[in-house]
Design a protein around this ligand. Sequence first.
Ligand code: UDX
Ligand code: UDX
Length: 469
Amino acid sequence: MGEIPCQRGPLLYPKADMKICCIGAGYVGGPTMAMIAHKCKDHTVTVVDINQDRIDAWNSDTLPVYEPGLDAIVAKARGENLFFSTDIDGAIRDADMIFLSVNTPTKTYGVGAGRAADLRYVEKCARKIAEVAEDDKIVVEKSTLPVRTAESVKRILETNSKGRQFQILSNPEFLAEGTAMADLEAPDRVLIGGDQSPEGKAAIQKLVDVYASWVPLDKILTTNLWSSELSKLTANAFLAQRISSINAISALCEATGANVDEVAHAIGTDSRIGPKFLKSSVGFGGSCFQKDILNLVYLCEHFGLPEVAAYWNSVIEMNDHQKHRFSRRVLASMFNTVSDKKIAILGFAFKKDTNDTRESAAIYICKDLLEEQADIAIYDPKVEPEQIQKDLGIDADHPSVTYCQDAYEATKDAHAVLILTEWDEFKTLDYEKIHAGMMLPAFLFDGRNILDLEALGKIGFEASGIGKG
Ligand code: UDX
Ligand code: UDX
């Protein structure tokens, strides 16, 4: 696979100041570029986006992305060596290195609909670079892409090169939302894939130099392009597979009287398994896991590997099952009807410490409950009502959905409380007060296993968690 070892020790040549541009000011592009600007004061970093509102928000005191620690870093670097703009052409023209961090959603149309990645934004960016670049550029794929996408980007750039040299690198992002700044500051590894030609290696080295400003060299791995692209999909598939595996066991725990947290702890002490990513939940969400696995499945089918495709697809099937299983349990416990009953939803984001709701389990569970004609009262500390309306596909005045300022308002007169995101503040709520304000029997379904069910039982709740028989 042609692995290139990174240079050890001090850099062999002085670092030149670079102009870096990033197309796509989203959850990945924004925080990543803020960290690069923060750590590499000699480089100028410009983040561009077609969305004027998003850029305006990046230039305001209310950033479009909520990430602990992000505000402080942006406040320090913005206007110094970090800029946000909609002048995409200008930023491309000036840049030595261009990151592509545009979204690559699952295709909703045509061949591969529902599974393949929609690459139209990436292709548009490549064509834009070919159109406006006046000199040589290094183009870095940051968006998660199907394997061999770099090839397409390269072809588009090379066939339109007019004497300019374009080097394509793959530099997948491994940050997790909610801990993005910590992950960027101290990554487990940085992965850079590139051509094995002398020019390719020189381009790889330039990007290694950027990260080497703060990441130890032994954590900067370099590979060929395809290994880098596939590593990203594989990492996410393995992580998601662990969650689906423990969630599958949670169903068995409920049937047998075992406790999934105890099982997870017991198996996690085996150093070969390890304790991380074994938290059973109402189902994984986020912009990456499902999309990347669907992508992997599509690739396997494309390359004539149906068994491999089916294997990975089952990770998603188990996740879908877990989400709907939770809704069905709520319904069954509440005497098989939630019609006209108020149900408090605590948490709508796909995990704590983010305002991102993409593929959040809460979306599916709220839809299930609305189908059963429940009245739902939603509280999330960071998600705006407009986002919830978009996700549920409803108007602002939908009669069965209310948006609350806090957990106490949401739970007042409710028949049930559903914890769907593990926000820390839900652990320390005054559950006696909540119980006193609810209809009886007061049901509580902890979809994140963050609460002490025994203590809740003593207060009077009919409390249940995930995987607790
Ligand atoms: C995106 C991809 O979804 C993910 O696969 C990849 O790993 C990193 O980039 P994210 O940053 O979370 O993740 O996406 P999103 O928050 O949607 O941001 C993408 C931005 O690109 C948006 O602000 C969008 O306006 C912008 N964009 C999109 C462009 O500027 N130009 C385009 O042509 C398309
Ligand atoms: C993920 C990868 O972790 C990251 O490396 C990659 O770059 C992008 O995709 P992200 O989706 O931001 O990051 O968050 P992550 O912490 O992985 O959580 C994903 C989902 O899995 C969340 O809904 C979370 O609640 C759920 N989860 C996670 C569990 O249900 N149980 C666990 O043990 C861990």
